[in-house]
Design a binder for this molecule. Sequence first.
Ligand SMILES: [Zn+2]
Length: 416
Amino acid sequence: MSRRTESDTPRQPSQIAILRYLRVHGPAARIDIGTATGLSPATVTSLTADLMTQGLVQESQATVASGTPNANGTHGTTRGRPKVLLDLVPGAACVIGVKLTINLIEIALGNFKGEIERNTEHSIKTRDLTDRQLIDTLITLIDSFIKDNSDIITHPPVGISVAVQGVTDSNSGEIIWSPALRHRQIAITRPLSERYGGVVQMSNDANCIATAITQNTTLHGGGDFAVIMLGYGIGMGLVLNGNVYNGHFGTAAEFGHMKYQPDGPLCNCGRRGCLEAYIGDYAILRDALGLIDLADANSLHPSEEQMMDLVARARAGNEDLADLFRHAGKVLGYGIANLIALIGPKRIFITGSGARAYDLMAPELQRGLHLAQVPELHRGPEIVHLAWDKDLALQGAIGQSLLRHDENMFKAGTNT
Ligand SMILES: [Zn+2]
C-alpha cells in the first residue's frame, strides 16, 4: 500500500481508522498501525498524540521485546529493544447492546475497546407483549441495568444497539416481523432514542454476528462474506467491501425468504416455499410431527430440547428423521448456490443454534450446491461451520454502536 502524506490525508477518517485498527487488533506499536493503515510514521505519531490528548488512546503498560509477536500476530521491526504499544482506553465510552429473541431479552455493557464487561438475561414472555409493552419493558430493563452497574457506568452510554431475531428495517428502526413478537412493524429506535439520547440502532441478529466477525481477525480473513444463521428461522448477514449490506430499503439479505419451491410449505413469513420453510427449526419439527409421536411438541414453538431430541434420533438411525435433515441440507445447498451466483463471496459461515445438525446436513448441502451451481462458477467460496456462540450477536451489537460513535466523534468540522 502506498504511503499517504500528511497533506493529502484527512485527519478524521485516519483517526477513525486508527481506532478501528486498535479495537480489532488490540495493543499495537505505532509502526504496525502505520503499516496496516497506510499512514506515514509522522502522521501516526501526530494523530495518536491527538487521540491520547482526547483520552481515547493510551500507551500500554506492557512492552514487547524482540521476537515476541504482538496482538495481530506480527513481529516488531525493532530487534532487541522493547517497544511501546498503544491501546484504546477502555473507559473512554460505554455502549449498551440489547438482544431480543423468543422469550429472552439480554442486555450487555460494552467498553470502548468493544469488550463485554457485564451482561444480564431476562426470561420474558415476549410474544405476550404489545408494542407499547415491549418498549416499556426494554426501558425498564435498561434503566435497572444502568442503575445496577453504576459502579462502572459513570457517564451515559454513547449508544444503544438492539439485535433482533427476525426481519428488521435498519433505516426506519422498525422491527418488521419477529418470531419473538406477535405484533408487526414496531418502531424501536425512536422511543429508545427519546429516552436515552445518543445513537440508537437496530438490526437483525445475523447482521450483528456479521459485524462481530469483521472485528475478529481469526475469523474474518478479509474479503466479502456471508454468515447464515440456522435456528428457529434462517437469517443472513452479508458483508460487502467491509460493511454490512442492508440494501437501499434497509431490509436486504433475507436469505431465509428466498424461494426454493413455488407453492411449497408455509413459511412463518406468511408466504410459501421459502428456504426457511424447509430448514428452520419449526419446519423440521412440523415435518417430524408427521413421522413420529412427540409429546407436547408444538411446531410453532420448538424448544432446544425437542430439536436436540430429533437430532439424536436421526444420528441413532431413524432414517425418516435423518431424511428431514438431509433434505434441509440440500435446500440450503441450493440457496447457497444462488447466493454464490449472485454475490460470489469469499467465505460463507454457517452458524446459529440450528447448526447443531450440521453434520447431518453437510453431505446433502454439498450435493445440492454441486447440482445447483453453474459448472463454470464452481470456484466456490470456503464454507465454514462456525460453532454457535450465543454471545456473538451482542458482541456485534456493541461493535455497531462503537463504529457509529467513532464516526460521530470525528465528523468533519466537529473535531480537529
Ligand atoms: Zn418466508
